[in-house]
Unconditional design. Structure first.
Length: 404
């Protein structure tokens, strides 16, 4: 009776982006347990063609049975993103690629060992297909669980999820992405103070921008002059400040007596918006930087976390009235105010996609658990839920253009 050759090429739709890995220089553990190390040539393939940094196992004496377990994957995940394993069992050769952060297989092949050369070539083809992602707009957000945070990238349909970085930050808020998709600015709430940090997307490193003696939060990028604008309390001064991308040249932009939040420039630099707490109510302030005229949006409730659309013609914000939270859009030139959602659940941090189709936001529907949702403006404001994890999803932001 012929042996049945089982081919397992398990790429679940939401895991496919795990290894495109948005940026190069990811690390991969390589373990070849075949008797003649027949798959060793793939190390050069990973390095030269897929631009991965190949590193040996921490404990090379372990058997393949010991390393193909989720428990061992968790141990390795602190040092690399991926694990490649090849081994023989009976008359078959097994090839597996594992995402260590998600504890999931990305690729799994089973072939007869006498066809090893063909298996190697087939493995290369499937790896190329796995890594050759079609560029697309992504949503980036923090996921908080057990006192730690991970930065996640997810497509607007919620099909493909990538772990960009793991951190020890217990809280990451107010995410903002630079127009060139090179940096993420965000707030870390240390409890006793807030500080602005920068995440370098290319080399996956974090940088603190706030001096420790001050309280800074709500950063966003100014596309016109490549600066970061943020809210701050410094000695006797309360207001809005700007700084360079490296944290230098921190200067007062707008001084206020009242608390302020969520400063943001339009893409062309013509307008500037922020929220100001006046007599117990948060108001939206809109300032024309050409004429220096400032107006206050006529809204009955509180306005939170306003943001410009990519063309600068509209402002999207969370509006709260009588304990009900929904998304609104305000057309600056026409003066039209439109309510986009009607479910009244707590919402936070709306962010529009650059193509004008999507608005991503987070919403609290069950207890204290926040998840990521998107609103599709092309489909009559239909809302999709993208995450359902027990972890707490933080403030989302769209990439400004499609990326791998």
């Amino acid at each position: 009776m012929k042996k049945v050759i089982v081919i397992l090429f398990m790429i679940s739709s939401w895991l496919l982006a795990v290894t495109a890995l948005v940026f190069a220089s990811e690390k991969i553990f390589f373990a070849d347990y075949t008797p003649d190390a027949g798959f060793s040539s793939l190390q050069d393939f990973f390095s030269r063609e897929l631009h991965l940094s190949v590193i040996p196992l921490l404990e090379p004496s372990l058997s393949y049975e010991e390393i193909i377990t989720p428990q061992y994957w968790e141990k390795l995940s602190s040092f690399a993103h991926l694990l490649f394993v090849a081994y023989e069992k009976d008359t078959l050769v097994f090839v597996e690629l594992i995402d260590l952060h998600l504890r999931q297989e990305i690729l799994s092949l089973v072939r007869r060992k006498e066809n090893q050369e063909k298996t190697i070539e087939e493995t290369k083809r499937k790896l190329r297909r796995t890594f050759a992602m079609t560029p697309e707009i992504k949503i980036v957000f923090p996921r908080e669980e057990n006192g730690q945070s991970a930065l996640i990238a997810l497509d607007p349909q919620g099909r493909r999820e990538t772990v960009l970085a793991l951190t020890d930050f217990s809280s990451m808020e107010d995410l903002s992405m630079s127009p060139d998709a090179q940096f993420l600015a965000f707030t870390v709430n240390h409890g006793y103070k807030k500080a602005v940090y920068l995440f370098h997307l290319k080399n996956r490193t974090f940088q603190v921008l706030s001096p420790w003696e001050w309280n800074d939060w709500a950063p966003s990028f100014s596309e016109k002059d490549r600066k970061i604008v943020f809210a701050s309390e410094r000695n006797s001064k309360r207001g809005i400040f700007t700084m360079n991308l490296d944290g230098s040249a921190q200067n007062l932009f707008l001084e206020k007596e009242n608390p302020v939040d969520s400063p943001s420039f339009s893409g062309n630099g013509q307008r500037f918006i922020y929220c100001e707490l006046i007599d117990g109510k948060w108001h939206l302030k809109i300032k024309d930087l050409f004429t220096q005229q400032e107006e206050t949006l006529d809204f009955d409730g509180n306005v939170f976390q306003p943001v410009f659309t990519a063309d600068g013609r509209k402002i999207i914000f969370v509006g709260e009235m009588n304990g009900n939270y929904d998304l609104y859009t305000y057309s600056i030139l026409e003066g039209n105010l439109v309510r986009l959602t009607v479910d009244n659940f707590p919402k936070a941090h709306p962010t529009p996609s650059s193509d004008g189709r999507w608005i991503a936001f987070r919403e609290q529907k069950e207890g204290n658990n926040w998840d990521i949702f998107v609103l599709d403006l092309y489909k009559r404001n239909l809302v999709y839920r993208l995450t359902t994890s027990i972890a707490r999803e933080g403030d989302p932001v769209f990439t400004p253009y499609p990326i791998n």
